[in-house]
Ligand binder design. Structure first.
Ligand SMILES: Nc1ncnc2c1ncn2[C@@H]1O[C@H](COP(=O)(O)OP(=O)(O)OP(=O)(O)O)[C@@H](O)[C@H]1O
Ligand SMILES: O=P(O)(O)OC[C@H]1O[C@H](OP(=O)(O)OP(=O)(O)O)[C@H](O)[C@@H]1O
Ligand SMILES: [Mg+2]
Length: 282
């Protein structure tokens, strides 16, 4: 059985279970369940604290895990990223009250509060900055108001939490994060069960990113239409009963679908349809 770690709480938990469910795996019905066996797919899911997942995976007791890139790096665990998943996107940044510092070079002698001590200590050491780091579990934005630190280093998504605390980002982002699939560093790439798991998740990512587009067009405009909808390999072109017309079918990026439909219409295409893709293997 493939043993997989899944976040049990926080921002990663819901979307991680959702992508696994879309990929055809059984998922827990209740947030208190800690282990779930999916016998049909020969997989066992362990619902663990997101912060602990890299440690379990690096121990070799679990084959793979879903966690945040920032949590993986912070843990210092012997695990590596094998597939980015595109959700729980954020940046990790320093922030402070306006006027405190222009950049990390001004942090010398100051105290930085964070839940990600590993990332911050390494970043400061790499930059040769001599500052103290104080570890807090969460809600670190309040640490400045309460005088525990002059600077914070935290996850920033929309920036709302910082704004509400009267803080502003300082310096460049330390890193950009998203949910990722991880495995023990150097673990075999060839395990067919792991390969199948990754193909299924990739299939969901593609199905989320693309739509299927169908349209009819006069054969003389086909080349220009196909340039707009090149598909992944090459579009399917079928004859229509009406002579001089063909039907075209191709995958297109969902984000661009409306613009492509407008351009196809202007070229003379008609009966332009898009349909959602539910699953795929590339
Ligand atoms: N607002 C957010 N937007 C996107 N990703 C986030 C956000 N907050 C946290 N994350 C990501 O979630 C992961 C941290 O998960 P964790 O469960 O420790 O914290 P959380 O999601 O803030 O939950 P909580 O603080 O409620 O326990 C990290 O990868 C982090 O980048
Ligand atoms: O830029 P934003 O969109 O505001 O998102 C970022 C905030 O979200 C997370 O906090 P969370 O609500 O999980 O609380 P926590 O600080 O206790 O983890 C994170 O720690 C930031 O505080
Ligand atoms: Mg949080």
């Amino acid at each position: 059985m493939l043993r997989i770690a899944v976040p049990n709480k926080g921002s990663l938990s819901g979307p991680a279970s959702a992508i696994l469910h879309e990929a055809g795996y059984a998922q827990r019905k209740e947030s208190k369940e800690l282990v779930l066996v999916d016998p049909d797919n020969e997989v066992e899911f362990f619902y663990l604290r997101p912060r602990d997942i890299a440690i379990y995976v690096s121990s070799g007791r679990l084959d793979i895990g879903i966690t945040g890139r920032d949590l993986l790096l912070d843990s210092g665990a012997n695990a590596e990223e094998i597939l980015p998943l595109g959700f729980a996107r954020s940046t990790f940044r320093y922030a402070t009250k306006p006027g405190t510092a222009k950049g990390p070079e001004d942090f010398t002698g100051m105290t930085i509060a964070t839940s990600y001590e590993g990332i911050v200590a390494k970043h400061l050491a790499d930059q040769g900055i001599d500052a103290s780091v104080v570890h807090l579990d969460g809600a670190v934005e309040t640490a400045i108001q309460l005088g525990v630190a002059e600077i914070i280093a935290d996850v920033v998504e929309t920036g709302t939490s910082l704004r509400n605390a009267g803080l502003e980002v300082v310096g460049e982002p330390i890193l950009t994060s998203e949910a990722v699939v991880i495995r023990r560093t150097g673990a075999s790439n060839e395990d067919p069960k792991v390969q199948q798991f990754l193909r299924r998740l990739q299939g969901v990512l593609v199905a989320r990113t693309y739509v299927m587009m169908d349209y009819d067009i006069r054969a003389e405009h086909l080349e220009r239409a196909v340039a707009l909808t090149p598909g992944l390999e090459s579009p399917t072109v079928s004859p229509l009963h009406n002579e001089g017309w063909v039907a075209v079918r191709a995958m297109v990026p969902a984000r661009e679908a409306q613009r492509i439909m407008d351009d196809l219409y202007d070229l003379g295409a008609r009966a332009i349809l898009t349909t959602e893709i539910h699953a795929c293997r590339l």
